[in-house]
Design a protein. Structure first.
Length: 423
């Protein structure tokens, strides 16, 4: 008797969204219903959010260390290494800047009324006072204090607060570069430990993401039980449309770059990587798609094996252009919805944090959600509002995550073509 096929996770989450919304709407019509949801259902979603936050620091450290240490010998990096990393950094920064431009231009969070923001933000007065205090402290700071604060004076203090993630990333980069500089005999045990830890961390992400359908039911139920404002629905749709528009721009740019700088015709590039794109769309995992991506580049586009073998694994680890785009758009979006003002220097923090955090984003489904927590906390977003913020993002994240993976592996393929052309 054949085993029953389980329902794909993205369908489970879509079902969870529908069930959660229905449960919240029904509870909102019943006396005591909202209180029941808040007391007995919402905590399930809160636990899920805490698990994501729990993974943030170790995931960044392990994934980023692995990504950098995989570059072998830092002192003898070839031109291919520098070109690959340089191109990945350029495309990542472009993705963040594109996201910030689109979200500030279209203002998807502006569909929510002030009354809804007031109802959602129970601690709005405390948040405002905290923002005023932070603004006063920022005014007294020196011009280079931002860079001074990137350097931790106590590693364990930095590791204990997600809001200090830039300090963790700074230490991780310093540590990883030093791993490359020590003799291979000393480096090997560290590399093996990091590789093993990375496998364990990815498994932890897999297990926690399995809880997401239930968490979405709980968080969506709480959202709809506490407010039935149609502005929230409009805002979610507008956020999704802005994300899709940004990703469509990137999917147009990649083949154009391959044509202009790599000499590969547009349709040849598109047809060549289509099998990998379909696998990426169905799995939502750059890592799972990696063998198909490499095969498409070698067999369909004629990229050399030595180029593909280096560029694609590194890209699956550190090149998360669509994740960077999502973090920029989602961060500003939830701040617009929940009334958390962002100054120009906050948007600079988003550029730096989203760029660096995406380097450590695991190539697994919904890993960008873990990184979003980091970016939100880096701009001082109130931790008590994180469950509500991530609820809105998770409500439409799974289908968007499928498209994001397509963008990510397309970016990897484009860089592989460009690097191969220049060697």
């Amino acid at each position: 008797m054949p085993a029953k096929k389980s329902i794909p996770l993205h369908y489970q989450i879509v079902l969870g969204i529908i069930l959660g919304a229905a449960l919240g709407l029904v509870a909102g019509k019943i006396d005591g219903g909202p209180a029941f949801i808040v007391d007995w259902v919402k905590p399930i979603g809160t636990i899920f959010i805490r698990l994501l936050k729990l993974l943030a620091v170790p995931l960044i450290f392990v994934s980023l260390t692995k990504g950098i240490s995989d570059l072998k010998d830092f002192s003898t990096l070839s031109r291919m290494s520098f070109r690959t990393i340089g191109l990945y950094m350029l495309t990542t920064v472009f993705a963040v800047l594109l996201g910030l431009f689109l979200v500030n231009f279209f203002q998807p969070g502006s569909f929510v009324s002030e009354e809804t923001v007031t109802a959602l933000g129970a601690s709005i007065t405390e948040t405002t006072n905290a923002k005023v205090g932070a603004g006063a402290a920022g005014a007294a700071a020196g011009p280079l204090d931002f860079f001074v604060n990137m350097v931790p004076d106590n590693l364990f203090a930095a590791l204990s607060a997600n809001g200090r993630m830039l300090q963790v990333i700074f230490f991780t980069i310093l540590f990883s570069v030093c791993v490359l500089l020590v003799p291979e005999k000393s480096r090997t045990p560290i590399k093996e430990l990091v590789d093993a830890l990375n496998v364990v961390m990815l498994k932890m992400v897999d297990l926690i993401i399995l809880l997401s359908p239930y968490a979405v039911v709980a968080l969506m139920a709480a959202l709809f039980a506490e407010t039935t404002d149609v502005g929230i629905i409009k805002a979610l749709l507008s956020y999704a449309l802005v994300m899709l528009f940004g990703m469509a721009i990137m999917l147009t740019i990649y083949p154009s770059l391959a044509r202009v700088f790599g000499g590969v015709p547009l349709m040849t590039f598109v047809r060549g990587i289509l099998p990998a794109q379909l696998v990426a769309f169905s799995t939502s995992s750059s890592m799972a798609t990696l063998p198909v991506t490499m095969d498409c580049l070698e067999e369909n586009l004629g990229v050399k094996n030595e180029v593909v073998s280096f560029v694609c694994p590194v890209g699956a680890t550190i090149n998360m252009d669509a994740t960077s785009l999502m973090q920029a758009i989602a961060t500003v979006f939830v701040c617009q919805v929940l009334g958390h003002d962002l100054a120009w220097n906050d948007q600079l923090v988003i550029v730096l944090t989203a760029t660096l955090a995406s380097i450590g984003a695991a190539g697994t489904p919904s890993a960008g959600i873990v990184m979003l927590v980091i970016v939100l906390e880096s701009v001082g977003f109130p931790s008590e509002k994180l469950p509500l913020a991530l609820t809105m993002i998770l409500a439409v994240d799974r289908p968007l995550d499928m498209v994001r993976t397509v963008v990510n592996i397309t970016g990897d393929s484009c860089v592989a073509v460009l690097v191969g052309r220049r060697l």
